[in-house]
Design a protein around this ligand. Sequence first.
Ligand SMILES: [Zn+2]
Ligand SMILES: [Zn+2]
Length: 500
Amino acid sequence: MSPSKKRALVSLGLGLGLASFAISAWARPGGGHSYSGSSRSSHSGGGSSGGDGGDAAGLVFQLILLCFEHPAIGVPILIIIVIFFVVKAAIGSARQGWSTTSPEAVQAVQQVQQDARVPRSELDRIRALDPEFSLVLFEDFAYLLYAAVQRARATGAQAIAAYVEPSLAQRMVDPQLADVQGIVIGAMRYVRFSGTQVPMLEVELELESNYVEVLRAGGSRRFYAVDRVVLARSASARSRPFKRAHTLDCPNCGAPLEAVRGTQCSYCQQNVGFGRFDWLVTSLVNCTREERGPLLTSDVAESGTELPTIVDRGAPARFAELQQRDPDLSWQALQERVMHIFGELQVAWSGRDPMRIRPYVSDNLFQSMYYWIDLYTQARCRNVNENASVMRIDLANVTSDVHYDAVTLRVFATGLDYTISDDGKLLSGNRRRPRTYSEYWTLIRGSATRGAPRKDNNCPHCGAPLRIGMAGQCEYCRVKVTSGEFDWVLSRIEQDDSYG
Ligand SMILES: [Zn+2]
Ligand SMILES: [Zn+2]
């Protein structure tokens, strides 16, 4: 990461006739890169669903679910509601359209939504309902679903009908699009979680991404977008088996998607839609999008470095437990692994060489770094992190689920951090004065994996010098080494002011 924490203050003049807005982004690898909004405008639509639609859809789903699971209760309620709406429509048809709220009220709601952030650890509560639930796998799946619905805006959602709320599936298709390609997710944040005391769990996520829209009329446009996505799943659903965790297939039996017609699976004969068996997308709202990427060259002061480390109370005991399961996992060795990754990260970032860090980061973090390094490349500049070193590492948290152990560490570091153009001009930062900063790093490892963390550049599976492809496979043994199955990999970097 780059030593100085600079936040690039990004001004995006929005197209779409909206007021321009400013967002700030960290300019360090991974850290940064989260936009935190100030006076952000928001529009819902673009053929997608609005927030109200999402909530209403949630209710409809809960009702449909009720019809499946308790038809004796659900079906009569459904009939009553249908009658109610038919009568209401008859009465209301005299009026010219309707609007539920004033623009001011909509804006106020949007402001609340914008400020709403839930700690991701909240989702760990799902494990009480579903012991196999894994936050790591959930996030992988959310990335997968987001990319699938983005593509479906062009190709239609028939193929993924089990994973998209039907009215959204209709609304989101844009007939002008031939394809949506190259979807890269730069960041994901948690906006809202319904909690577990509901029949239908709901998680609202905010994603920054870029993608290319290919138009039917010819030509293509690349966009940088911020989208809000709502995922919903029945509270009685259970996580899919690990080996299917990264596939879109029949949410119930795992048959290939071709076997699912609409939401009916021809293998298991179940209706597999409506979040009965797995997460589905109930709302997709585009908040902003812009053909230019964010500006990368403003300084923002470091904040939060002096604050005490947020240590989860049970962390030391759970780390001791981990060590009991794996005596080769020493605190010293783990710190050395972190420092090794830290060093590789500096080189990869400054040299705009994302493949260099590929062996040490999870798929999602890699995607994020790739996104940001690509932005620098496009802008013909680089963020240089020089003479960076780790000063101290604190233990912040340890969590374990059925599939993964995760250790969160607070890393204090110092070094030079500046941004220069490709022709050598200093654009921001300082080439002489080092900055001190801290970040929370979360490393994950498969829960069955044992052994001392490595601090060399050899494949943790075959021992050959590491050459890793985009997908995280060792070029010699073809084994994927970045899933945490062999060693600790970095899966998240959070800044002091966003960790909590
Ligand atoms: Zn099936
Ligand atoms: Zn290998």
